[in-house]
Structures are given as structure tokens and as C-alpha cells.
Write a protein that binds this ligand. Structure first.
Ligand code: TXA
Ligand code: MG
Length: 373
């Protein structure tokens, strides 16, 4: 039984236990969406699925509700949120000066995993943008998210629904692990479709510039934009050479499990040498209970050398980088939950398409990087 003193303590802290409600990802129940919209209208926080990761939603025009988003996530106040809209019409309530070429791009790319930086509409509370005069906006391609924004009837400010610094949530359970005691409601629509957060692009610079890589890689963006796209070096996730990050989120360590994570990069090695290098790295950590986070193909080869001395966490198939992206954050959380393991050793992937986002997240999550060759 919980002592009454502890209960009183909980209530004075204003702690709540989130109501978790299952919804069909493709045909969400109208009553459930209406209930969630009502929570938002009364200034509450609702976690909801998007096609990328779960978001922690608040009424974008309610500065108090938005402040709570920062508080419950323990997010630094200068790291701005993304505003979610359900239509180009709604965009005009959060962004001013949307040039015709931007409208054309959004007509193609939305709804979808593309966040654009535009000028903030003056009436949108500055706290949403961490005090900047710009705003990050996107329209999510998930029926539950779109329906929620539509029924709520306005823009929803929503960062990823994890504690700041932790891997982003791709399942409702992840949201409950991190924030279950601090928010009002979680819409549980199962696993998200893509697994890594949206591509963030600055459309205010002369040439569109990627601020955060995501499901739409530079190759796809060039096709959608019809012009060349700038891919700054920091987009690869190597932080040391970033002095003044163009996106405030970049200066913080991210996506990180609590345990030590060593990323083993392919470097100039061929496939055979790379497996040898992984095996040697794992052997050097055998006394710590190592886990190998890798594709099923790589696990098959390493298992031939090390058998059950290692815990194996499968990211998917090397031939399907979308599967790897989808499993990535859950695998990092699994590493933390496994008591037999104290260090993770992770394989690297080709930086093409969504693979650029996978490597960006892995480099930011890793405590150490080793390069083969
Ligand atoms: O897929 C996604 O984008 C998910 C789902 C929930 O939509 N959201 C998400 O939000 O990942 P968050 O808050 O975890 O990441 C937002 C990123 C941060 O890196 C932040 O610094 C950047 O967008 N950002 C937001 N507003 C910005 C602005 N005005 N200028 C530059 N970067 C901005
Ligand atoms: Mg985030």
C-alpha cells in the first residue's frame, strides 16, 4: 500500500497519471479524438502519434500550456518546438510571409516528415520558438495527428514526447516510461511508421539548408524543391566542429541511452575486416556484458565467432534502411532495460536517404566512436 504521506506529496506536486487510450492508427475513434482535443482546450498535454515519432502536444497559442511542455520534458527553454498544422490555411496563423515558392514546396511535401523554418507570426507566443522570431512548422502524415489538429481546430505545439536527451518515443510505452506521471493523456496508436524525426529545413536562407536530417534525405529534397540543397557538415552528427549551431537543438546531446554506447564506423574497411573489427571490439568488453546493436546479417556473422557471450539487439536488415530507422530508438531503449548488459556496441550504416538521419542520431547518442581501417 502507498503511505498516505506519499500520496499527499504526489498531489501537492500536481502529479497525474496519464490516461492511455488505444486508437486505430488509420481510422481513429471520433470520441477519443474529441476527448483529447478537449484536454488541449483546457490547457492540458496530450501525447499523440505522428508518422515519425510521438509528439507531446499543447495548444500552441496557450503560453502556459507550452511552458509546461518545456517543464515536463526538462527541455532547455532556448530549444524551440515544432508547430503542427493540418492544412496550408492553418499555416497562416503561425507563420507570416510565406513566399509563393515555399507554398509550392509545401503543396508537394505536406502532409509529411518535412519541417520548415519560416518567420513567426507575431501573435504566436514567443515561448514556442524559444524567443526566436522564426517558427518551425510541419503537417504530420498520420491520420491520428491530422484528425486531432482538425478537431482541436488550431495549431498544436509538439516536441518529441520524451524526456530531454533520451531516445525519441516510437511507441506509446516509451512516452509512458518518460512522462506517464506528468501529462494528461496518451493516444496509443502502436508503433510510428518511420521512427526518426522529421527533416528540418531552413527555407529563409538563400539556398534551402538542412538543419536536421530526417526521413527525406538530401536526394529527395532536391527533387521536391527543384533546387540544390545545402547539407552542412554538422548534419552528419559530428558535433565538435559546430561553434554556433544554426538550430538550437543541435548543441545538446541527444537520443542517448543511459548506458555506454560505442559506435563502430565502417571507415575504409571492407566487409570482412569490419566484422573482425566488431568482434575484436566486443571481445575487449566481454567482462562488461556487451550488447551488439546491428543488422541481422552482421549479427549472423558475429554470432559465428562469439556465440552467446554477447547479447544481440536486431535493428533489421541491412538491405532495408527504413526498417533500421524504425527500430533504432526502441533498440536504444532496450539496451537500457537489459540488466545483463552494461555497454552497447553499434554497427554503422550508409549515409544515404534516411541513412543520413540514422547515422546522425547514432553519432549523437554514442559516448565513443571507433573507425575501422
Ligand atoms: O518528427 C518530428 O519532427 C517530431 C514530431 C513530434 O513532429 N518532433 C520533433 O520535435 O522532433 P523536437 O522538438 O524534438 O525537435 C525540433 C527540432 C529541434 O532540433 C529544434 O532545435 C528545431 O527543430 N527547431 C525548432 N524551431 C526552430 C527554429 N525556429 N529555428 C531552428 N530550429 C528550430
Ligand atoms: Mg526531440
Amino acid at each position: 500500500m502507498i503511505p498516505i504521506k506519499a500520496l499527499l506529496h504526489l498531489s501537492t506536486l500536481g502529479m497525474v497519471r496519464a490516461k492511455v487510450v488505444k486508437v486505430d492508427p488509420l481510422a481513429p475513434d471520433e470520441d477519443v479524438i474529441e476527448e483529447a482535443a478537449e484536454v488541449l482546450r483546457s490547457g492540458g498535454l496530450v501525447a499523440f502519434p505522428t508518422e515519425t515519432v510521438y509528439g507531446l502536444g499543447a495548444d500552441a497559442f496557450n503560453a502556459r500550456a507550452v511552458r509546461r511542455v518545456f517543464e515536463v520534458k526538462r527541455r532547455p527553454p532556448d530549444n524551440p518546438l515544432i508547430v503542427h498544422v493540418s492544412s496550408l490555411n492553418m499555416l497562416s496563423r503561425v507563420a507570416s510571409e510565406v513566399p509563393p515558392h515555399v507554398l509550392r514546396i509545401l503543396q508537394i511535401a505536406w502532409p509529411g516528415p518535412l519541417t520548415v523554418i519560416l518567420r513567426r507570426y507575431p501573435e504566436l507566443p514567443p515561448i514556442v520558438s524559444g524567443g526566436l522570431d522564426t517558427v518551425a512548422v510541419r503537417s504530420p502524415a498520420h491520420p491520428v495527428a491530422l484528425k486531432l489538429i482538425e478537431v482541436f481546430g488550431g495549431p498544436i505545439a509538439a516536441p518529441s514526447a520524451n524526456l530531454s536527451g533520451r531516445p525519441s518515443p516510437t511507441r506509446a510505452e516509451h512516452v509512458v516510461e518518460d512522462l506517464g506521471d506528468a501529462i494528461e493523456m496518451v493516444l496509443d496508436a502502436g508503433e510510428t511508421f518511420l521512427g526518426v524525426e522529421s527533416t528540418v529545413v531552413d527555407l529563409l536562407s538563400p539556398k534551402p539548408r538542412i538543419l536536421r536530417p530526417g526521413p527525406l534525405g538530401p536526394e529527395e529534397l532536391v527533387k521536391i524543391f527543384g533546387v540544390d540543397v545545402e547539407v552542412p557538415e554538422h548534419v552528419r552528427g559530428i558535433l565538435s566542429d559546430v561553434d554556433r549551431p544554426p538550430s538550437p537543438g543541435m548543441k545538446y546531446r541527444h537520443y542517448a541511452p543511459n548506458k555506454k554506447l560505442i559506435l563502430v564506423e565502417l571507415g575504409s574497411c571492407g566487409a570482412g575486416d569490419y566484422i573482425d573489427f566488431l568482434v575484436r571490439t566486443l571481445k575487449a568488453h566481454l567482462s562488461n556484458g556487451p550488447a551488439l546493436l546491428a543488422s541481422k546479417e552482421t549479427i549472423y556473422h558475429v554470432k559465428g565467432f562469439l556465440g552467446d557471450a554477447v547479447t544481440y539487439i536486431t535493428l533489421g536488415s541491412r538491405s532495408n534502411i527504413y526498417e533500421v530507422a524504425k527500430n533504432l530508438f526502441n533498440s536504444l531503449r532496450e539496451l537500457d532495460k537489459n540488466d545483463r548488459v552494461s555497454v552497447g556496441i553499434c554497427e554503422s550504416f550508409e549515409e544515404k536517404g534516411i541513412g543520413l538521419a540514422v547515422m546522425n542520431r547514432l553519432r549523437k547518442a554514442a559516448t565513443e566512436r571507433l573507425v575501422c581501417g
